[in-house]
Ligand binder design. Structure first.
Ligand SMILES: Cc1cc2nc3c(=O)[nH]c(=O)nc-3n(C[C@H](O)[C@H](O)[C@H](O)COP(=O)(O)O)c2cc1C
Length: 216
């Protein structure tokens, strides 16, 4: 058994998405001691934006006529898909940036979809695989808030992971991570603490059941 974990935060220290994903991972490891965790640090080791275009254009060129860049791109896409396919459970930790999806995660998803095993419209190689998405946001986007509707990342990520890749997906969301950092948000300290506790509890639950094994 193995867990594939992808982190898209551009920082390592003080990262809320990593902290929550650490909880999910710890629960998975508790249920699967001695098993491997394969890590993909996408926020600090991103895929070049040109790789996707090379992989897409390669599909229209006979294999023997492909450029070195196209060959590399196709091989990179295959490697990323292999990493997911060979894992028994998947964990994605992706923050909200500029009201949208992390560019590093989008580039990675686009590249994965360029692989014929994961293209929209085919039964994906990941069908039915258990997965947890951890997503964190500096602000708050719930119903009735001034920024309701401004989070353009979470619904898209759910669409890709649950519907296009047909993962058995659970989601942990944590909001107000900028409380304590941005003084203008100090009024939300109590609420932020509550949301943090809730997110940590949900992370523990999803970590325990990831892979279908109850650890406690
Ligand atoms: C460049 C940048 C853009 C951001 N844009 C948003 C945003 O549009 N909305 C929001 O709620 N938070 C935004 N944030 C805050 C992050 O979502 C928040 O700090 C989150 O905790 C980052 O994930 P991490 O803690 O795992 O690094 C932004 C942060 C950065 C660095």
């Amino acid at each position: 058994m193995s867990l594939f974990r992808l982190d898209a935060s551009i920082r390592v220290e003080g990262s809320h998405s990593r902290e929550i994903a650490d909880i999910v991972e710890a629960e998975w490891v508790a249920g699967h001691p001695d098993e491997e965790v394969v890590r993909r640090h996408l926020g600090t080791d991103p895929i070049a934006a040109t790789t996707w275009a090379d992989a897409v254009s390669a599909a229209y060129v006979p294999e023997e006529d492909r450029s070195a860049e196209q060959r590399d791109a196709v091989a990179t896409a295959a490697r990323e898909v292999d990493a997911m396919v060979s894992a028994d459970a998947l964990l994605f930790a992706v923050p909200l940036y500029n009201f949208g999806v992390s560019q590093h995660f989008k580039t990675w998803v686009d590249l994965v979809i360029a692989d014929p095993r994961m293209a929209a419209g085919v039964t994906p190689a990941t069908v039915g695989k258990p997965a947890v998405l951890v997503t964190v946001r500096g602000g708050s986007y719930g119903a009735g808030t001034p920024r309701e509707g401004w989070d353009h990342a979470t619904a898209w990520m759910r669409r890709i992971l649950a519907d296009v890749w047909q993962l058995d997906l659970s989601v942990v969301e944590k909001e107000f991570t900028l409380v304590g950092v941005n003084p203008a948000m100090d009024q939300f300290k109590e609420l932020a603490a509550e949301l943090r506790e809730q997110a940590e509890e949900v992370a523990r639950e999803h970590g325990r059941t990831l892979g279908g094994v109850l650890t406690h």
